[in-house]
Design a protein around this ligand. Sequence first.
Ligand code: NCD
Length: 310
Amino acid sequence: MNKRLSVNHILGIRQLQPDDIRLILDTAVQFKDVINRPIKKVPSLRDITVANLFFENSTRTRTSFELAEKRLSADTVNFSASTSSVKKGETLIDTVNNILAMKVDMVVMRHPNPGACMFLSRHINASIINAGDGAHEHPTQALLDAFSIREKLGDLEGKKVAIIGDILHSRVALSNIYLLRKMGAQVMVCGPTTLIPKYISSLGVKVEHDLRKALKWCDVANMLRIQLERQDIKYFPSLREYSMQFGLTMELLEQAGKDILIMHPGPINRGVEITSEVADSSQSIILNQVENGVAVRMACLYLLASRAEN
Ligand code: NCD
């Protein structure tokens, strides 16, 4: 297998080849070993400076990237839009070029606009990792989800993954669909008609509106939050009604009659898309996903940095 990524940036899963995905996941296995050792740090990124540019709120993803960078011995600078000159009318390119002028090598960026990372990659020389661009892609989340499935169930080929919830506004859904299809998994999306985009079946996924049927079908259920902050109109009558139809409960899991792996990218809205009982059950790997996120992001940073070196 090729030991180098075919890309200079990780903008989306769409741009990655199956070999890139395999390389990132295999490299992450080694980094997971590293972060479970008493001495968790390696010198791989010692001379590299990474800027974390967060134009949108984040807890998990931001902390995970920061930790990944620290474990690799990189120097980091953190920028958040709420405390910056963006509020004074500066453009994205000017903001980033000013940061790069301070000799920054890599950029991790979360931005509310779809395509913001792609746009930036055409104007700056540093490698960019997309940490979520609007409702478009969230590649490192899909990679850590894939890593977590592989760790529990083995190869992704042929596995049945149901992505349940607000598909329309979810960057996690789109990146997961691209990745799982590229790696030969079967994908179903499930949710209210209004929250499933019409084009979705052209990506090779099944569409289901009955949660019971989706659970009967799948090996893995990836539960998504309703992205209320991205919804300009009402897509369903009330959260209560949504959770009655699409909320995952212990009772539904028992009715499915098999051990389904439960995932969620976080933040969880307990009692809406998933009950506390399910989120905290032995079938749930939600916290494993968070742990794996650091190893997967270390792999992405390391592989992009070693590509830039050569
Ligand atoms: C997701 C995101 O920000 O897209 N969360 C995450 O990165 N862990 C999903 C969400 O916000 O619901």
